[in-house]
Design a protein around this ligand. Structure first.
Ligand SMILES: NC(=O)c1ccc[n+]([C@@H]2O[C@H](COP(=O)([O-])OP(=O)(O)OC[C@H]3O[C@@H](n4cnc5c(N)ncnc54)[C@H](OP(=O)(O)O)[C@@H]3O)[C@@H](O)[C@H]2O)c1
Length: 354
């Protein structure tokens, strides 16, 4: 399986490091031999149809700051149209999109995905922005070109949230999903609740620990959770009602974050035996799902009462009741395992490779 990868940061590099480690077991189990034939970062690309030498690739990135410096396979990119053109012309079976999720300017990633699909390459994306903003169109393009489109790392990173949702929707009806999908906000609310600390102090600590960005708006204003709610809702609807039902985008989500949340609000909740969590909720009772993100009280000690920066997703099923999945929702190696799951799925899809 020849793979082209865009993004050589924490996820891309973790994947490149993990592929050789997993190579033998993947080949033995199913004859799958993934081979990176192209890697792009923001400035350059390294391309070799025989497969890139991964240690040399990492060394070029470390020493020169771009994979474009890898001799003799590296090239520097001169403009935004270079990557889609190169991707279209590549001899690759799968394209992996692992550049940053930028809701304000998602076009480079969307254009790369479109270039890959229209040149009949399967696509794996861990980048949420193209999915949150253009999922219906991308699903349609994948169908039209008869390629696989996988994105299990976009929600829950290594925790298989989407796979679990699809599986549950095969055997039962999911009526509601309530989820903690952002580690930063969970860490802030958990610290405030357990230590009685003020919002600003905990946010500063989260930034120091690397859990929160210097500009934490996307997390604390609920936008990151909203992107994942859209992807999750569409994945469930595509499974349960067919691909055409997967029509939600970011504008369908009512979003309230936790910016400047008062300590007193958490204390009042505690007096009622509750804790406050930033909950992404998907109500699937009606034809059009209702999508919300808001701070909500849940019973202390209930399955969604998760500590630190863990993620948790609770599915309410018509017949089987409640099922809750808990796990880490971020991390380069964690997310790389989701990409490998997606590659395995593509490999095992009838007709997806010859
Ligand atoms: N890290 C996680 O825990 C996690 C979990 C789930 C999903 N994700 C998603 O995975 C993606 C990658 O995350 P990350 O943590 O690996 O990010 P990262 O460490 O910031 O790395 C991003 C990589 O993308 C490259 N890049 C930036 N703009 C580009 C462009 N226009 N064209 C080509 N490459 C470009 C960067 O190039 P330079 O090296 O030249 O700067 C860098 O190599 C994001 O969409 C993120 O939301 C991450």
């Amino acid at each position: 399986m020849r793979i082209a990868l865009v993004g050589f940061g924490s996820v891309g590099r973790a994947l490149a490091a993990m592929l050789p480690v997993r190579a033998e077991s993947l080949y033995r189990a199913m004859g799958l031999a993934p081979r990176l034939v192209a890697v792009f970062d923001s400035r350059g690309a390294a391309i070799s149809e025989n497969g890139l030498e991964l240690a040399a690739l990492a060394a070029a990135k470390d020493s020169r700051g771009t994979v474009g410096a890898l001799a003799p396979h590296g090239i520097m990119l001169s403009g935004p149209n270079d990557a889609p053109t190169l991707i279209r012309d590549l001899h690759a079976d799968v394209f992996i999109e692992a550049s940053p999720s930028n809701l304000a300017s998602p076009l480079p990633a969307i254009n790369n995905i479109k270039a890959a699909m229209s040149s009949r390459k399967h696509v794996v994306s861990v980048n949420k922005a193209p999915l949150a903003l253009a999922m219906p169109a991308l699903l349609e393009l994948a169908r039209h070109n008869r390629v696989e489109f996988r994105y299990s790392g976009t929600v829950g990173a290594g925790t298989p949230v989407l796979d679990t949702a699809r599986r549950l929707a095969q055997g039962d009806r999911i009526t509601r999903i309530r989820a903690i999908l952002n580690g930063t906000t969970n860490f802030i609310l958990w610290k405030m609740a357990t230590e009685g600390a003020e919002y600003a102090a905990v946010l500063a600590e989260a930034q120091k620990l690397g859990y929160a960005e210097t500009d934490p708006s996307t997390d604390i204003d609920g936008i990151d959770t909203a992107t994942k709610v859209v992807i999750l809702a569409n994945a469930v609807l595509a499974q349960s009602r067919g691909g055409a039902a997967a029509r939600s985008t970011m504008t369908d989500v009512r979003v309230h974050g936790i910016r400047n949340i008062e300590k007193s609000r958490l204390q009042q909740a505690a007096a009622r035996g509750n804790i406050v969590k930033l909950i992404g909720e998907i109500d699937l009772e009606s034809d059009k799902p209702a999508l919300t993100v808001s701070p909500q009280e849940i019973a202390a000690g209930s399955p969604l009462d998760t500590p630190r920066n863990l993620n948790a997703v609770q599915f309410t099923l018509q017949s089987a009741g409640e099922v809750t999945l808990v796990g880490r929702g971020a991390g380069g190696p964690e997310t790389a395992t989701a990409i490998i799951r997606d590659l395995v799925d593509i490999w095992n899809t009838p007709g997806a490779h010859e």
